[in-house]
Write a protein that binds this ligand. Structure first.
Ligand SMILES: [Ca+2]
Length: 250
């Protein structure tokens, strides 16, 4: 019987994984905005080149025994660079890069499953769940082309985090989202969310809570778990149609 539920859970993880797959972001810009973006991007690229150099210098100075906070900051930059450079060097987006001096790709399902799959053990190196019951994150809107209520702010509260022995790499997470909205209709709405956390992708994926079939993906950078980019996606196409930047409340 447990195997049956394990299979159901596996199927739901795969389905939700498809929801979270990276589709082309659809944003609408005028020609001017496009040019502005090009200038912006080249500025960012310059900055990244400098940051990359600084990371190399920093890494030489910091070893595994140094202040974990400083180390985490360096890793945070590394992850951001990886994102900008596109991909992690694995042919499939559902594969995890073991990294270090020994590149190797393993299936995301093998990350944090308590078995060493990377030769360097990287798949089992960071398996403390960064999300806890009672955690609260407030999100500010970046753009929103699709939600019913067009809120400026969203508040995500984590209610439960459950690690199943048969699928430890994908803890089940439940929570609620509080939506404050103004305009013609003012008020608050609460939606109850269910989903999972993926250690391999450092992301929380919540299934669509309403009939509009919009799901929420909370993408952490893999090192700084006080901030995440929350994208709202259409279930059918996985198109990103709204984006919020969330910060943890202390
Ligand atoms: Ca493993």
């Amino acid at each position: 019987r447990m195997q049956f539920w394990a299979l159901c859970w596996a199927a739901s993880v795969v389905l939700a994984g498809a929801l979270a797959a990276e589709p082309p972001t659809v944003e609408h810009h005028s020609a001017d905005a496009h040019l502005d973006h090009k200038v912006e991007i080249s500025k960012v690229e310059d900055q990244l080149a400098r940051v990359a150099h600084r990371i190399l210098t920093l890494e030489e100075k910091i070893d595994a025994r140094s202040d974990p906070k400083r180390l985490s900051r360096v890793h945070s930059l590394e992850h951001r660079l990886e994102d900008v450079e596109g991909g992690n060097g694995c042919a499939r987006s559902d594969f995890f890069q073991c990294g270090g001096s020994d590149p190797q790709c393993v299936n995301n399902l093998l990350v944090c499953d308590h078995q060493k799959d990377c030769r360097n053990g990287a798949d089992e190196a960071h398996c403390d769940i960064p999300i806890h019951q009672g955690d609260k994150y407030v999100g500010d809107v970046v753009f929103d082309h699709c939600t019913k209520r067009r809120p400026d702010h969203l508040t995500l509260t984590i209610d439960t985090v459950t690690v199943d022995s048969y699928f430890p790499g994908f803890p089940r997470v439940s929570g609620s989202i509080e939506i404050s909205f103004e305009g013609t209709y003012e008020g608050h709405a609460y939606l109850w969310l269910k989903g999972f956390y993926s250690f391999a992708r450092s992301r929380l994926v919540f299934r669509p809570p309403e009939e509009d079939r919009l799901g929420l993906v909370a993408q952490f950078d893999g090192a700084d778990f006080d901030t995440f980019v929350g994208t709202i996606r259409r279930e059918a196409s996985t198109e990103v149609c709204a984006k919020f930047i969330f910060h943890k409340q202390h």
